[in-house]
Design a protein. Structure first.
Length: 378
């Protein structure tokens, strides 16, 4: 059995016993225990994911703010239910063949003497998969990557979500194109639902609702998976698990769960407080913000035995995909992508290891992801 102990980390990121407290610099309350985080993410009467956009202001904002992850209540439920199950076993079975073909092509193209896992594997795999899922031409891959990078850079610089009108225009044009020439992806399914007169929060589903749905999939389906893939490769090689997985590939799904428990790339979803509430003995007022630390909840000894040990044989539910009504809709797809990729990498790259002489750079903001990490297998 391969286990590894946690290097020293800042307590607020990982310690579930840290007291609930207010952070003036980030203008948010921080909560850490499993129970408190679950409450923040599931109690829609007290905590909101909605960003206060009105029907009039939505088209003036970034399309992602019109997606289901920025909505609550009826609007959230209607958007989530628009396509009954976009990640059903039938869809996953169809996608697995495509994902394996993409993964094989990417792995075959790696340089044995050194490659950066982020641009070589981490970003292109989920971007191409989302193109297939939406029914887009693969030529959109580069534009998607650029939009996500712009989103990150602008949000870091201005602490706001950039408008990104080009993204909205692209998806609007794609809706028109697929109305004229229906495809076989998720956009075509959404257009068919819209054509039936489907209601979102009591109103006919608009093109802006559809654009928001697509933009949400771009952020949730590409950005987060592109961050978890390099993390998985890093931890599984650094903690000496690679040969173990090669000898027994059936361990890969559990290993994936442990890498995400160990270091969730979206560590602290934030909610708006709707009414005065008490958490951890602290009075939190309506109108304030609260951040639920998934990275701490993932180490709460109330659920996880020996939580500061990395153990690929651990079998337990993780919090990394969220909790409650906003539990990640695409969790199954993210797991499938990582499983298929790791199966191909473990099988084809038995000598994979990190290039210790090359920079290992991690950037921390809304996402906690590797910016560069070089590996070799010669």
């Amino acid at each position: 059995m391969t286990v590894a102990h946690l290097p020293t980390r800042p307590a607020k990121f990982f310690d579930p016993t840290t007291e609930v407290h207010f952070d003036e610099a980030l203008d948010t309350w921080h909560v850490f225990s499993l129970g408190d985080v679950q409450r923040v993410l599931s109690d829609e009467e007290c905590f909101s994911s909605g960003y206060g956009l009105t029907d009039e202001t939505r088209p003036l904002a970034n399309p992602v703010l019109s997606g289901m992850w920025a909505a609550d209540g009826r609007r959230h439920r209607d958007l989530r239910a628009a396509v009954a199950d976009p990640f059903s076993p039938r869809v996953m079975s169809r996608l697995e063949t495509q994902i394996r073909a993409i993964a094989t092509e990417l792995v075959d193209g790696l340089d044995p003497g050194g490659f950066d896992v982020v641009p070589s594997v981490g970003k292109p795999l989920p971007t191409r998969v989302i193109c297939h899922l939406l029914g887009l031409d693969l030529s959109a891959e580069q534009r998607m990557t650029e939009w996500l990078e712009q989103w990150y850079q602008d949000s870091v610089t201005t602490n706001t979500v950039p408008r990104q009108a080009e993204m909205a225009e692209f998806f609007a044009a794609e809706l028109d194109r697929q109305r004229a020439e229906p495809g076989d992806g998720l956009i075509a399914e959404l257009l068919a639902v819209q054509a039936t007169g489907y209601l979102v929060d009591g109103r006919p589903m608009s093109d802006w609702d559809l654009i928001g749905y697509c933009a949400m999939l771009l952020g949730a389906g590409v950005d987060t998976t592109a961050a978890t893939i390099p993390n998985a490769v890093l931890f599984l090689t650094e903690f000496g698990c690679w040969e173990e997985l090669r000898a027994d590939p059936s361990l890969i799904p559990g290993a994936i769960e442990e890498t995400m428990r160990w270091y969730p790339v979206f560590p602290a979803p934030r909610r708006l407080v709707l009414r005065d509430v008490t958490i951890g003995g602290q009075e939190i007022r309506a109108g304030q913000w609260v951040s639920g630390w998934l990275s701490a909840a993932n180490r709460d000894p109330a659920r996880y035995a020996d939580p500061d040990t990395f153990d690929i044989r651990r079998r337990t539910r993780i919090m990394s995909f969220g909790h409650g009504p906003h539990h990640c809709l695409g969790a199954g797809l993210a797991r499938l992508e990582k499983r298929v990729l790791l199966e191909e990498m473990v099988r084809r790259l038995p000598l994979l290891r990190r290039e210790t002489g090359a920079p290992l750079v991690r950037r921390q903001w809304m996402l906690d992801n590797l910016e560069t990490a070089t590996f070799r297998f010669d």
